[in-house]
Design a binder for this molecule. Structure first.
Ligand code: TSX
Ligand code: MN
Length: 582
């Protein structure tokens, strides 16, 4: 059975882009192996050491095509205000005309791959279908890891008829002719001029977040930039947490946290490391599925010390992008070991010279299926997902933000999420240590006006009294000498324990204007050897500094003008008033 709409769209795209061949992907192992062989021959892939890293390959991207390009990413809605002040906007007609001119003939001499995929578990009522047309075999191989790709998706598309249309071509890779266009009203994506993950693997940021958030608002659910974990406790029950953090906060590490030996009987099960689709169920709870099937993770900083489960996963069947290689063909990146091994080849294929920068690109990646994770949750494929007890927001804040606090209620929790800010690190461009607002960690990924997005979040408050409790965490507080005050990593489980206690009506806390703070003794710190005042400092607020913070947040909110929900402005006013003693 063939979907007529799909056939017509493929014909139209082929007429525009003029590929030499069209290959309809079935997602089989044979097809994958053939693709790998094609890329080994063309030089798109390099085989890594088959003894230490069986079935692992290295891809080197164009050196000008190494990250998402937010200034070339557009939301093309009929009305500009629907895209909001934080997105680039272009009129849909203009956008189609502009990119179609670039797509014209772009696949000459190439194969157009038709890639059907499912975002979400196979039998999930929340799954969403898509087809990506691409001329990049690297994209096809990556989509097979990152999504449920191939025959089952094609069958569902034939049955149901509706799917997201994604057209992608690497074009000539010129940043001057690169655009990532979203047409939420048509459920369509057109991406040209980039082969990089977030720009080219259209199922992930483009479909699951930008178009997903648009669909979610219309259909009454939430598409979020969140990890999902199950926390198994010594009694054997598992409680689920979703968490959103801006980049460089260790989100993937938290998704794969390994409790230290002192935390006997606890275990973290990974459901997802990047995206959560959450639906309100009959029982009044929010249930989350991970729409993805794989991990597209940042390599630098990943090591046995920071993320042993991830290290185990990328030992085989992994595509590495822009990492360095050792003379015997093993991948390497900054942070994997203290010293770089001798005779490294850097990410651009040159003999490594520190004078040229880092050996691996700071945004170098691994792409690996979720099922390779030793702690993948048994609920990862559950059609209805997992019930979320707590939602965490957070950021990297050297001062101000306590280790953890709980919002006073749903509305205040939405304010906490909308206020997320994180200090820039050396890895990002721009100044170091400057606070950037990144509400719900969705700033680059919300497919519509963020003020409307907050209204949508707020609307859940009246729909249920069994919603998750909302918390804010900060693993990155520093003392006067610049030392991190909290050990972080596996010890963060101690904070998660307090969070779950609070969700069950336990856990000691003090009400403050910014939320409920743990009493200094409420979090188990036994064996950590923290100084006598450390927990007190991590669990108190500086009222003057918080007044400045709220004023900064209010300044950020003014961007959104008329569409700004009054409830969030009222929350800001309430916090300020209470901080002043009112
Ligand atoms: O991922 C991190 N997490 C979450 C882990 C579950 N990182 C790495 C962030 C870069 C992406 C952290 N870095 C965390 C953290 O909780 N905390 C810190 C700060 C820190 C760094 C080093 C030490 C302690 C804290 N300690 C020593 O180096 C011994
Ligand atoms: Mn992400």
């Amino acid at each position: 059975m063939m979907n007529g709409e799909l056939q017509a769209w493929v014909d139209k795209a082929a007429k525009l882009t003029q590929p030499d061949r069209i290959h309809w992907c079935d997602g089989s192992q044979d097809e994958f192996e053939n693709l790998i062989n094609v890329m080994l021959k063309s030089g798109d892939l390099i085989a890594l050491n088959s003894e230490t890293h069986p079935n692992c390959h290295l891809h080197r991207s164009d050196s000008s095509d190494v990250a998402r390009t937010e200034h070339l990413t557009f939301i093309c809605t009929r009305s500009k205000v629907d895209a909001g002040p934080t997105n680039n906007w272009m009129d849909p007609e203009d956008a189609h005309r502009n990119v179609d001119a670039l797509f014209a003939g772009s696949m000459k001499g190439r194969t157009m791959y038709v890639v059907p995929y499912i975002m979400g578990p196979l039998q999930s009522p929340y799954a969403s279908l898509g087809v990506e047309l691409t001329d990049s075999p690297y994209v096809v191989a990556s989509m097979r890891i990152m999504t449920r790709m191939g025959q089952p998706a094609m069958e569902k598309i034939a049955q149901t008829g509706t799917f997201v249309k994604g057209l992608h071509s690497t074009g000539d890779l010129s940043p001057e002719r690169r655009f990532i266009m979203h047409f939420p009203e048509e459920r369509m994506i057109k991406s040209i001029g980039s082969g990089y993950g977030g720009n080219a693997l259209l199922g992930k940021k483009c479909h699951a977040l930008r178009l997903g958030s648009w669909d979610a608002r219309r259909e009454g659910w939430l598409a979020e930039h969140m990890l999902i974990v199950g926390v198994e406790v010594p009694t054997g029950e598992t409680h689920y947490i979703a968490a959103a953090f801006p980049s460089a906060c260790g989100k993937t590490n938290l998704a794969m946290l390994i409790p230290p030996a002192s935390q006997k009987g606890y275990k973290i099960w990974t459901v997802g490391d990047d995206i959560a689709w959450m639906h309100l169920a009959e029982d009044g709870r929010l249930w989350a599925v991970n729409p993805e099937a794989g991990i597209f993770g940042v390599a630098p900083g990943t090591s046995e010390q920071t993320n042993a489960y991830m290290m185990s996963a990328v030992q085989r069947d992994t595509i590495f992008t822009n990492v360095a290689v050792t003379p015997d063909g093993q991948p390497w990146w900054e942070g994997l070991s203290k010293e770089p091994p001798p005779q490294l080849t850097d990410w651009q294929g040159r003999s490594y010279d520190p004078g040229n920068g880092t050996a691996a690109h700071p945004n170098s990646r691994f792409t690996v299926t979720n099922s390779r994770l030793p702690n993948i949750s048994p609920e990862f494929e559950a059609p209805n997902g997992v019930p979320i007890s707590a939602i965490l927001f957070g950021g990297r804040r050297a001062s101000l933000a306590p280790l953890v606090f709980q919002s006073l209620n749903w509305e205040h929790g939405v304010f906490v999420g909308a206020s997320v800010g994180s200090e820039t690190t050396a890895a990002a461009t721009g100044k170091v240590g400057v606070v950037r607002r990144d509400p719900m960690a969705m700033l680059p990924f919300c497919g519509y006006n963020m003020a409307d997005y907050w209204s949508h979040w707020l609307s859940f408050g009246a729909k249920s009294d069994a919603l998750p409790k909302i918390f804010n965490v900060n693993w990155f507080r520093q003392d006067a000498d610049g030392n991190f005050m909290w050990p972080g990593f596996g010890e963060n489980l101690r904070v998660l324990r307090w969070i779950l206690d609070r969700c069950q009506g336990r856990g000691a806390a003090t009400r403050t204007p910014i939320g409920y703070l743990p009493t200094p003794e409420a979090i188990d710190t036994s064996g950590l050897g923290l100084g006598p005042d450390t927990m007190t400092e991590l669990t108190t607020i500086d009222k003057e500094a918080w007044l400045e913070e709220i004023e900064d947040i209010e300044g950020f909110f003014t961007k959104f003008g008329e569409r700004m929900p009054k409830a969030l402005l009222n929350q800001a006013a309430r916090v300020k008033n209470e901080l002043r003693g009112g």
